[in-house]
Ligand binder design. Structure first.
Ligand code: SF4
Ligand code: SF4
Ligand code: FES
Length: 227
């Protein structure tokens, strides 16, 4: 049987070669803050959403190193951490009715993919990045938009790609282009008609004297509609 772990037991980690002590069970970001080294990584949301805090990692037991989010990843004994600031690149304007060919025009990098799989391995959100690049080549853009639904724009898939394919920039371009192509007429009509109903309800609740209004409000709350 495993011995119960001591509360507040510590582990030793290394940040860019500098040794610090961290509490077992805390995140890398928290350990750095505690050690007064918060400025050694970038932090945004602090909750795995924004992708600002990317780091690369090496492990003491020889497991293959990898990439992760410092605000989510827990420390472990002997972990070596290297901050990994990702330079953003200017966004490329989306188009309506996107296709693979339109994507190629703005991202000629699309066909450079050598299917090495590094982008998929690096993605902290478990997005099948390489498969999605192949879908982009085959014009399966609705599926691509789904793939990148949970992308937090950390940029790791771009940084690890030796062929500079820029997978997530393309994925986001696809999502924005499909969004730009949506028909909003129907949606606007629905909003207009729901506003009409809502206005009638307000008129009903607010007209008459205060006794009458109170009575109507009670009925409305109970029934959920006007009698
Ligand atoms: S890292 Fe680059 S080359 Fe490798 S699979 Fe991903 S997109 Fe293709
Ligand atoms: S797809 Fe790329 S940018 Fe998006 S979360 Fe994964 S690694 Fe980060
Ligand atoms: S700080 Fe936003 S994902 Fe880590």
């Amino acid at each position: 049987m495993n011995e119960p772990k001591e509360l507040n037991s510590t582990v030793e980690i290394h940040i860019s070669g500098e040794k610090i002590e961290a509490r077992e069970g805390e995140t890398i970001a928290s350990a750095l803050w505690e050690a007064g080294m918060g400025k050694s990584i970038q932090i945004g949301c602090g909750g795995g959403v924004c992708g600002a805090c990317v780091v690369s990692l090496r492990f003491k037991d020889g497991r293959p190193g990898g990439t992760d989010l410092a605000c989510m990843r827990l420390v472990e004994e002997g972990m070596e951490i290297f901050p990994f600031p990702i330079e953003s690149i200017p966004p490329i304007e989306p188009v309506t009715d996107p296709t693979s060919d339109k994507l190629r025009q703005v991202f000629p990098t699309l066909d450079r993919c050598t299917k090495c799989g590094s982008c998929t391995t690096a993605c902290p959100m478990s997005i099948p990045v390489m498969d999605s690049v192949l879908r982009m080549q085959k014009d399966e853009l609705l599926e691509v938009a789904e793939d990148f639904n949970t992308c937090i724009h950390c940029g790791l898939c771009r940084v690890v790609c030796e062929d500079r394919v820029k997978p997530h920039n393309m994925g986001i371009w696809v999502r924005r282009s499909l969004g730009k192509s949506q028909e909003f007429d129907q949606l606007e009509k629905q909003i207009e008609s729901s506003n009409e109903v809502e206005n009638k309800d307000w008129d009903y609740l607010l007209e008459g004297d205060s006794e009458e209004r109170l009575l109507r409000a009670k009925v409305f709350r109970k029934e959920g509609s006007r009698p």
